[in-house]
Design a protein around this ligand. Structure first.
Ligand code: ATP
Ligand code: MG
Length: 479
């Protein structure tokens, strides 16, 4: 008797009922059907009039639901685990044809091939995610339970027609994603952050914490690295801004990139890091390593979640402290979201210039408040003024990233920290993006404007051999 993998339902050895998928009636006459219009398949007693494409999708879903346990019963587990995809596809094709013919369901070749493809993906790959993972135009996949998969393409989020057959199928795919990474989720530990082998970042939350079914968010690793040149091509910043940032990084300014979720902070950090001169010893500290630095001398550190007994966690803070003993020339912290902010400021204030990090905030001014709050999380009682002085003494510049209404991501501010006036940290915008309009197609127009101010950090830059022409701060670019 063949064992049935968990989640497929049905008692071992019991042949699942091969009934027509619920909701489907037998077609009135023979026909070939097609993917776009499964003319031969009529959903029974439709409550509304679904479009042919929806009817086809619904049919596929229903049929697959009955097909999977059927195939699992019939396919030799050795073949399933052999990794011989060609032989498996052949067997799946054969069994699907048998079942279609036994159930007298005439469908077109396109629909039948899609069924074979979907079922193969379901059995040996990541199911419906397989196609989305392959599609380079999709940058993010957000699964809200088995029936709602949202995708981001060109900065726009839409509901994808792709669905899982049921929650069990989604859970199997989650297990398939996590288990090679040595990770798992279950009721007692329902949250997991991990990095897939291709560099994509994945977050999973399952019930009881996720109320409407398992929730998976995959930030796909972009094969097309977004370099500064590319970002300029995409009108994310102007040439003048890029020239300043290049000098700022080469000249070892401490820079904090701030922005909302998915606004492009990590991308900006990666692109900025490329300006760190070769020969510097760079230490990167991240939660889930996303940075890809091209320099030779890089040490990559990644935090570690606790084990099953809740022990052995290594936090970003532990790693930041540790990296200070590793003789870094540059410290790059993926994101400051806790007490490590204090260690980072102390590092910046004690000769580790040229450090880079990101934080969640909607403006440079908010980023200041955010860093103050994070420092307080370090559990060291510091008066507010002392925290502000630490920040003012440590951070030279903020780069603000924003995702605009049209889905485009831009560097909306480059702002210098000038010092303290009484209890207040003074900030000066060096560049900003001013939105001037939005077209009928929803495209944002505006201008990247240099504010015409020569920053205080020019002395620091000159001392590091960076002789940036001051005209850069007067440049503007309309987009
Ligand atoms: N200027 C840009 N133009 C086009 N796409 C961009 C740009 N910047 C970032 N992206 C894309 O936007 C997505 C989000 O970027 P990124 O991961 O850098 O954001 P983030 O602010 O770090 O997000 P999070 O807050 O989740 O960490 C990625 O798919 C990235 O490739
Ligand atoms: Mg990020």
């Amino acid at each position: 008797m063949r064992p049935i993998p968990p989640g497929y339902g049905g008692a071992p050895g019991q042949r699942p009922a091969l009934s027509r998928p619920p909701g489907l009636t037998r077609p009135p006459a023979s026909g070939t059907g097609s993917v776009a219009a499964p003319a031969a398949i009529t959903p029974a007693a439709p409550t509304s009039s679904p479009s042919p494409a929806n009817a086809a999708a619904e049919f596929l879903l229903q049929f697959k639901r009955s097909l999977l346990p059927y195939l699992i019963q019939r396919i030799n587990p050795q073949l399933l685990n052999s990794g011989n995809k060609d032989a498996l596809v052949q067997t799946i094709e054969q069994l699907i044809d048998e079942k279609l013919s036994a159930d007298k369901i005439p469908i077109g070749k396109q629909l039948r091939d899609k069924l074979v493809n979907d079922v193969t993906n379901e059995m040996v790959g990541f199911g419906p995610l397989e196609e989305l993972l392959k599609d380079e135009a999709v940058s993010e996949i957000m699964i809200n339970g088995s029936h709602k998969i949202y995708i981001e393409q060109k900065g726009k989020v839409t509901l994808s027609p792709v669905r899982f057959v049921d929650e069990a199928s989604l859970r199997r795919v989650i297990d398939k994603i996590l288990s090679p990474l040595g990770r798992r989720v279950d009721e007692s530990s329902p949250i997991c952050d991990a990095r897939m082998p291709d560099g994509s970042r994945v977050n999973v939350v399952i019930p009881p914490c996720a109320l409407d079914g398992a929730t998976v968010t995959i930030r796909k690793f972009s094969k097309n690295k977004l370099t500064m040149e590319k970002l300029m091509e995409f009108k994310a910043l102007s040439k003048g801004m890029c020239m300043f940032l290049q000098s700022a990084v080469r000249g070892a300014l401490n820079i904090v990139i701030s922005g909302g979720t998915g606004s492009g902070k990590t991308t900006a950090l990666n692109a900025l890091s490329s300006f760190i001169p070769e020969g510097n010893r760079i230490i990167t500290v991240e939660d889930a390593a996303e940075l890809v630095l091209m320099q030779e001398h890089v040490v990559r550190l990644e935090s570690k979640p606790p084990n099953i007994e809740g022990k052995g966690a290594v936090t970003i803070r532990d790693l930041v402290k540790s990296c200070l003993r590793m003789r870094p020339d540059r410290i790059v912290i993926g994101e400051c979201r806790g007490g490590e902010a204090l260690d980072m400021l102390q590092a910046m204030n004690t000769g580790h210039d040229g450090s880079l990090t990101t934080t969640h905030a909607n403006s440079p001014r908010e980023a200041l408040a955010r860093i103050s709050t994070l420092v307080m999380m370090a559990g060291v009682e510091l008066p507010e003024k002392a925290i502000k002085e630490q920040i003012a003494g440590a951070v030279h510049c903020f780069v603000q990233c924003s995702r605009l209404q049209d889905g485009s991501r831009k560097f909306t501010y480059i702002t210098e920290v000038q010092g303290m006036e009484g209890q207040t940290i003074t900030l000066q915008d060096l560049f900003k993006f001013e939105q001037t309009g939005i077209s009928q197609e929803g495209k944002v127009s505006g201008v990247f404007r240099g504010c015409g101010i020569v920053p205080k950090c020019m002395d620091h830059l000159r001392a590091h051999g960076e002789n940036l022409p001051v005209e850069v701060f007067q440049t503007s670019l309309e987009v």
